[in-house]
Design a protein around this ligand. Sequence first.
Ligand code: CP
Ligand code: NVA
Length: 309
Amino acid sequence: MANGKDFISLHDFSADDIEEFLEFAKKLKSAYQAGGYTPNILKGKTLGMIFEKSSTRTRVSFEVGMYQLGGSALFLSSKDLQLGRGEPIKDTARVLSRYLNGIMIRTFGHERILELAEHSTIPIINGLSDLLHPCQVLTDLLTIREYKGKHFRNLKMAYVGDGNNMANSYLYGAAKVGMALTVATPQNYKPNAEVVANALEDAKKTGAELILTEDPIEAVKHADIVATDTWASMGQEAEHDERKKIFAPYQVNAALMQHANKGAIVLHCLPAYRGEEITEEIFELHAEEIFDEAENRLHAQKSILATLL
Ligand code: CP
Ligand code: NVA
């Protein structure tokens, strides 16, 4: 895979590219677990990390990942950058391209990332936008592979909840690797229509069965993997109470999990809101998988960094 490419959406990559990212992540994880560091891979390289939204996992895993690969990372809060005072993205892009070897950005509108990429001469990594969260879904594919094997085409996944950035990225990811995915959301909270159309197009090539429904039981029936996410994403705080009522039938709880396959795993990108999208009982029953998933952010992103930078 060519260096210098951006990592903005899984839709931009081929199934082989995704397989390469996952295979490399697996190798980096084994090396890390064996106590072996790989400090020569990105020696002398610097990643800038622009945050316009909060983060625990993304910030820490990217920063530690750069360190483990021999490079360094700069935390750039938009509150402190001139970007936060109105300096244009295109100027920020051209300045930062002179200092850095790559930029990870977490922001609101997806078009901000596209604009940054258009005016940068260095790779841009999407650390979450309102539309997509590709680093998390690559991580989830790594986690699924560890628990269920690499034959994604034999697996069925269910996503239950809000048709948000996670749902959109799961659609792109599943379509590329050929995994069956059913997304259950309330009627007015479906995944992005353009993403759905693109994913269905990709799915034609891999045979992935992608289904959208309003019925959480239909989604979870015979699923090997059940995933959910917060009902109110960053930026939607004011809608929280209203959403809590609308999404109540979409809670991942023991009754819903009864419809999944025996041995089904549960994934949650975190942070989790117990008693809302997932019960305490189901969360703790599946904590092993969920925290493996959180750890895998580090390994999957090291694979992205080492490939792109
Ligand atoms: N899952 C995830 O992206 O977590 P953070 O918001 O803590 O980075
Ligand atoms: N959908 C959530 C994911 C958080 C990691 C959000 O955008 O807030």
